[in-house]
Design a protein around this ligand. Structure first.
Ligand code: SF4
Length: 314
């Protein structure tokens, strides 16, 4: 049965998405998961969320999708040991060395390869499977035949159904580092590199600023827009189900718990109705229902983007 995975940007959001019918939730420990600290969880909050999610009989995964330095690996393994004692169900990792170290230390812990692994071909899928990965979060640019190839490699496939694209491949963008580079070490010894989501800071969405393109001879183009858009895969959900996709994922730890609850409710009902009668599925009424969620999402995202762009030049 396909799993609906929802974001858990706070304990309130975790509760909201559980009530709304999510099968699983992903959370990020503070400083380790490519989000602003406000949408990541402290260890005590993570423990509280793990017990809440399990009280619903659902699953919790922990996203550790930054790229640690060598001296941070023992710290990460220590953290994971603690998380495992609280019963987390899986971990989402990006860094290849980290995947290797975590699989060696905790062979039973399911490892999901984050979208940031940027896998694009059968050799990648086979390599990550040998490394110990069980499920792949597919890049939204992958065609259907690659999703089938991931399945053929014996891996679970996770598809983003409600998310924003990145101008580049995830984890390959260092644009924010040009605008802001601030380092600090936290009490546990983890290095936070503000200006780089890849190293435990956050993305300032510079791709969404208005760009002018200049060359030696003058300005060639004004107000260039780099592509970074939201997408909502309603019409593709029946095909995902047919293909045997394991997980359909909603992105959005930065939004309000109420908005994410509304999104989960919509996709829960959509998936259930599609499973009940896949042949007669019509996405049109669902797109109509999605309109209000999109409107609120756009508002909240625009506010957040303006804040991030302001911070990047502060
Ligand atoms: S600046 Fe844009 S392209 Fe780069 S990581 Fe952020 S959202 Fe993605």
């Amino acid at each position: 049965m396909v799993e609906l995975l929802a974001p858990g940007g706070s304990p309130e959001m975790v509760r909201e998405v559980m009530e709304a019918g999510a099968d699983a939730v992903y959370v990020g420990p503070r400083g380790w998961s490519r989000r602003a600290a406000a949408f990541e969880l402290g260890d005590e909050e993570l423990k509280e969320c793990a017990s809440l999610v399990h009280s619903y009989g659902k699953k919790i995964r922990v996203a550790i999708n930054t790229l640690p330095h060598s001296r941070e690996i023992p710290l990460l393994l220590k953290k994971l040991e603690r998380f495992l004692s609280w019963g987390i169900d899986a971990v989402i990792l990006t860094d290849v060395g980290c995947i290797h170290a975590v699989h060696r230390a905790f062979p039973e812990l399911p490892i999901h390869a984050s979208v940031g692994c940027n896998m694009t071909n059968a050799q990648d899928y086979a390599f990550f499977r040998e490394l110990g990965v069980r499920q792949v979060v597919a890049d939204c640019k992958l065609p259907w035949e690659e999703l089938s190839a991931i399945r053929r490699a014996g891996l679970g496939v996770e598809v983003l159904i409600h998310a924003s694209t990145c101008f580049t491949y995830i984890g390959q963008c260092w644009m924010s580092s040009y605008a802001r580079q601030v380092w600090h070490l936290d009490a546990e010894g983890k290095n936070h590199f503000l200006g780089s989501p890849n190293r435990g800071g956050l993305c300032h969405r510079l791709c969404l600023a208005p760009w002018d393109v200049s060359c030696r001879h003058g300005t060639a183009a004004w107000g260039v827009k780099l592509r970074n858009e939201a997408f909502f895969l309603l019409e593709d959900i029946p095909r995902c189900l047919e293909l045997g996709v394991s997980t359909l994922k909603i992105q959005g730890r930065e939004y309000t718990p109420a908005l994410m609850g509304a999104a989960v409710r919509l996709y829960r009902q959509l998936i259930d109705s599609c499973l009940a009668s896949p042949r007669s599925f019509d996405p049109a009424p669902w797109y109509a229902r999605l309109e209000e969620i999109k409107r609120l999402r756009d508002e909240q995202r625009a506010r957040r983007t303006a804040e991030l762009l302001r911070e990047s030049i502060a």
